[in-house]
Ligand binder design. Structure first.
Ligand SMILES: *Cc1c(COP(=O)(O)O)cnc(C)c1O
Length: 882
């Protein structure tokens, strides 16, 4: 899998700290990373409970059957355990410790011995009067978790108080056992009628390891390997916070009713009733869904691939484990002799805000786990982590002193002092968020896509989204939300009257625009409708290229749209950087021809969509405004992409390099009298829009009357309170430089990869989309054979990517002559949703297009087999022609 089999659904902002802050925080934490508050940690590198969920799994948290007995969620959990592990009886517990405690409490008596390959349950067993016996390790290089079975056999024959045997599938996170070992241990134990208890919390990673290392299992499905493994466990314990990717939860599974009966009768003492066991109903629902998803091959493959990526990039000596890499601190810091793991952890935090942890009773640990939360990071971020580790490795000699100050019983109590090494500064330059939930994307084979594409008549609008991998159809309403936005959504105080959320959204937007009046609308087009109806009677409305809905509303109100964008905008090969600019001479021409008073307002769009996401310069905005003031013409912005435009001004105009995005926006808005906005773009919401008016109270009153008629009440405009609250937060987030830089630079990255490969695209690369020039890509296909349509459909077949045709098909036919319009620009638009895709996705897109370009001669044109009269691009169907 070249890119994630999912896209990002929600994100959690990262906490970014300075080197100085980190050094103070470390001192306050006594150089023990356990003590650092999570809001001061950038990367929490622990795998337990920290993985990203799927949206389907997360949705389970809203359908908890919170009852004391016989919850539906429990039945579902039982069903999933049965399906995945083949175990019929399930005893729920609050987590893994709860599961092991219950087994120990019901089975261990004084003097009992529990043979084991792991010290994990040791203390619990001791508490119940037994002891665990760590059997000597075998010497299998691949399977370091195996123990000597003949030693186990001796123990079983000599001791008649062995209530069970305990195995971890992955001892200490990086020492796996083999299937053969489990099988033989099972046979051996059954001859003594001793049950084997296995911790299967990392069974998917384990199955992947077995598949790679054991010829007998190569080519087998993970689900088959997991099920076979479970058949060798009399009893299994499962941590919901590992492979099932929950925050908390656990269970015991078995096919042995007699054992189950003991757990079931005892569970109420420690955990809760036998049908919830200390878990909320919703936790059981999340758990059940997580078990169902964990053996999904592409997902498991991605998780494994990220660990391999980290391992490949880290130069410091390490083991590769189930959930990350395990740094050999004793080799990295041999010169400090003791406390090497915690010393290394402190250095990694100081370097880059990473938190790695060792846990358990106090010991002089010398291996440091660097665990990756499953699905939580992008490959870019893993690169970043590897660089940080490598830098610490190369600066390891700077740490000369790391000493224990107290006598801790547990490692989390340990306090240290150190020599305060001065590490080189580390640059932070990847996404400023981590992945909180994901959404699975369509995974199909090329053969499947061929037949799907044929079926929908080579029209990407007609593709079912479930069969689409990377969806670049639009960036409208498709952005990933932050966890803060979601919590604001939940707090929305729904009312058709005046909600707090209305005022929050309005206040936030007043501050950003500097305008006196803000009216929420359900989308941008609703605001356009109102503005056009109030301000236009007749006359000419100049604009820097048209946007479909904007122009439609101007014409419905009686106006005539006139394109006044600079000439460079129409030339796909011109490299002028402000292609969105208005040519003032073109406005003068209208005034000359039709007189003063013939222009109701100027419609001025930022980062012009139809021109390819091309920005306007600050000077142009100011000059247009001054010109219009002199002629008494209001300037109305389509400020839908104002933030992307502001970013380009900051980047390309040296006078603004050091001006915050917020101030650039405020200046832009100051050169206008009002705006319409579709908030589904730069304002980071899935639905919403607004109308802004600088000071014209009469306009405002009229607009409110129309709102009441067309949209909703004057304090909702048809938006829910939750959506308004989310919007307020979206506005706060869009001003963050790290966010907008990552957003625009992702588009630039994709464009530059294509340019480097010689692919013809519209230049300069825009802010939100890359446009492939299909005329130059497929010069052998006449425009009436729809080269852009053909290219878009081939791209889907090549790799499941959905793009949009913007060319001859979209333009339609001249009604009188019946001929196609054959527009200058014959483009395929790749529009990038905000925060939803990663650099790996962009690489896949670029690689696929490059692949197509190599075999472009084989690509054929299309002809209509079904052609609707209006807006034919939505429903039209095609067939190949030679
Ligand atoms: C999307 C968009 C609109 C229309 O807004 P909706 O919210 O889809 O109604 C108007 N102008 C521009 C520049 C847009 O990108």
């Amino acid at each position: 899998m070249k890119s994630e089999p999912h896209k990002i659904k929600t994100v959690r902002n990262l906490n970014i700290t300075t080197y100085y802050e980190r050094s103070v925080i470390l001192r306050e934490a006594f150089y023990n990373t356990f003590n650092i508050h999570s809001n001061k940690v950038t990367y929490d590198l622990v795998s337990q409970g920290s993985s990203a969920k799927s949206q389907d799994q997360e949705a389970g948290s809203l359908i908890g059957d919170e009852t004391y007995a016989g919850s539906r969620n429990f039945e579902k959990l039982q069903g999933m355990v049965n399906k995945t592990f083949g175990h019929q009886y399930v005893c729920p517990t609050h987590n893994l410790q709860g599961a092991i405690k219950l087994i120990v409490a019901t089975m261990v008596t004084k003097g009992a011995v529990i043979p084991s390959n792991s010290s994990f349950p040791e203390l619990l067993i001791k508490d119940f009067g037994g002891k665990s016996d760590l059997i000597e390790k075998g010497h299998d290089k691949k399977y370091k978790g195996n123990i000597k079975l003949d030693a186990l056999s001796v123990l079983l024959s000599e001791n008649n108080n062995v209530p069970f045997i305990y195995f971890d599938l992955y001892v200490d996170g990086y020492k796996p056992v083999s299937m053969q070992f489990l099988k033989e241990a099972h046979v051996l134990a059954s001859t003594y009628q001793v049950p084997v208890v296995v911790n299967v919390s990392q069974s998917v990673e384990w199955a992947g390891y077995v598949r790679d290392n054991d010829a007998e299992y190569s080519g087998r499905l993970l689900s088959e390997i997991v099920k076979e493994m479970a058949s060798f466990c009399e009893v299994m314990v499962l941590d919901a916070a590992q492979d099932p990717r929950c925050n908390v939860g656990g269970l015991i599974g078995s096919n042995n009713f007699a054992l189950y009966e003991r757990y079931m009768n005892e569970v109420v003492v420690y955990e809760g009733l036998h049908t919830y066991g200390g878990m909320a109903g919703r936790t059981m629902e999340l758990f059940a869904r997580g078990i169902d998803e964990m053996v999904y091959e592409p997902q498991a493959g991605w998780i494994k691939g990220q660990i391999e990526l980290l391992s490949a990039k880290v130069e410091a000596p390490h083991y590769v484990g189930a959930d990350g890499i395990y740094l050999k601190a004793y080799k990295i810091l041999p010169h400090i002799k003791s406390e090497q793991a915690n010393a290394l952890a402190a250095m990694l935090y100081l370097k880059a805000g990473m938190r790695c942890l060792v846990q358990g009773i106090y010991d002089d640990y010398s291996v440091l786990p660097v665990q990756l939360p499953r699905l939580g990071f992008t490959n870019d971020q893993i690169d970043f982590l590897a660089r940080a580790i490598n830098e610490v490795y190369s600066e390891r000699d700077k740490l000369t002193h790391f000493v224990l100050l107290n006598m801790p019983q547990w490692i989390d109590q340990a306090q240290y002092n150190w020599n305060n090494p001065t590490l080189s500064l580390f640059n932070y330059e990847c996404e400023a968020y981590r992945i909180y939930t994901i959404e699975y994307i369509g995974v199909t084979t090329k053969e499947e896509r061929q037949s799907i594409c044929k079926e929908v008549g080579y029209n990407t609008f007609l593709l079912p989204s479930k069969d689409v991998g990377i969806d670049l159809l639009t960036d409208s309403g498709t952005c990933a939300q932050t966890t803060i936005q979601w919590s604001k959504y939940n707090e929305g105080d729904e009312t058709p009257a005046s909600s707090k959320d209305y005022f929050e959204m309005v206040d936030m937007l007043k501050e950003v625009t500097g305008y006196n009046y803000i009216i929420p609308t359900h989308q941008g087009r609703a605001a356009e409708h109102i503005m056009s109806q109030i301000l236009i009677k007749d006359g000419f409305v100049p604009g820097n290229m048209y946007f479909t809905t904007t122009k439609l509303h101007q014409e419905m109100a009686g106006g005539t749209f006139v394109d006044v964008i600079c000439d460079e905008a129409h030339d796909p090969q011109s490299d002028f950087i402000w292609k969105g600019n208005i040519d003032i001479k073109k406005i003068e021409t209208i005034l000359d021809e039709h007189g003063e008073g013939s222009i109701p307002y100027i419609s001025f769009e930022f980062s012009v969509n139809l021109a390819g996401g091309q920005p306007v310069s600050m000077d142009n905005v100011r000059e247009v405004y001054l010109f219009c003031k002199a002629h008494n013409i209001p300037v109305m912005f389509d400020a839908t992409r104002a933030v992307e435009n502001a970013y380009m001004i900051k980047k390309k105009d040296e006078r603004y390099h050091h001006v915050p995005i917020k101030d650039i926006l405020r200046e832009l808005f100051s050169y206008g009298d009002g705006c319409t906005v579709s908030s589904k773009k730069d304002y980071l919401v899935n639905i919403g829009g607004f109308l802004g008016i600088r000071e014209d109270q009469d306009f405002y009153e009229k607009a409110l009357s129309m709102i009441r008629i067309y949209e909703g009440t004057r304090t909702t405009g048809g938006m829910s309170a939750g959506d308004m609250s989310m919007h307020a937060e979206g506005v706060r987030e869009m001003l963050d430089f790290n966010y907008i830089m990552a957003r625009v630079e992702q588009t630039q990255y994709l464009g530059n990869r294509l340019l480097d490969a010689g692919i013809p695209i519209v230049e300069p690369i825009g802010t939100h989309a890359v446009f492939i020039d299909a005329k130059r890509f497929l010069p052998h296909i006449d425009q009436d054979k729809y080269p852009a349509q053909s290219l878009a459909s081939e791209l889907y077949i090549e790799s499941g990517i959905r793009a949009m045709e913007r060319g001859n098909v979209s333009s339609g036919r001249n009604r009188i002559t019946g001929e196609n319009y054959r527009p200058c620009l014959e483009l395929v638009r790749l529009t990038i949703p905000r925060r939803a895709y990663t650099k790996s996705h962009m690489d896949l897109v670029a690689d696929s297009i490059i692949e197509l370009y190599k075999r472009r001669d084989e690509i054929k044109g299309l002809e209509f087999v079904y052609e609707p009269e209006n807006l034919r691009f939505f429903q039209g169907k095609f067939e190949h022609v030679d």
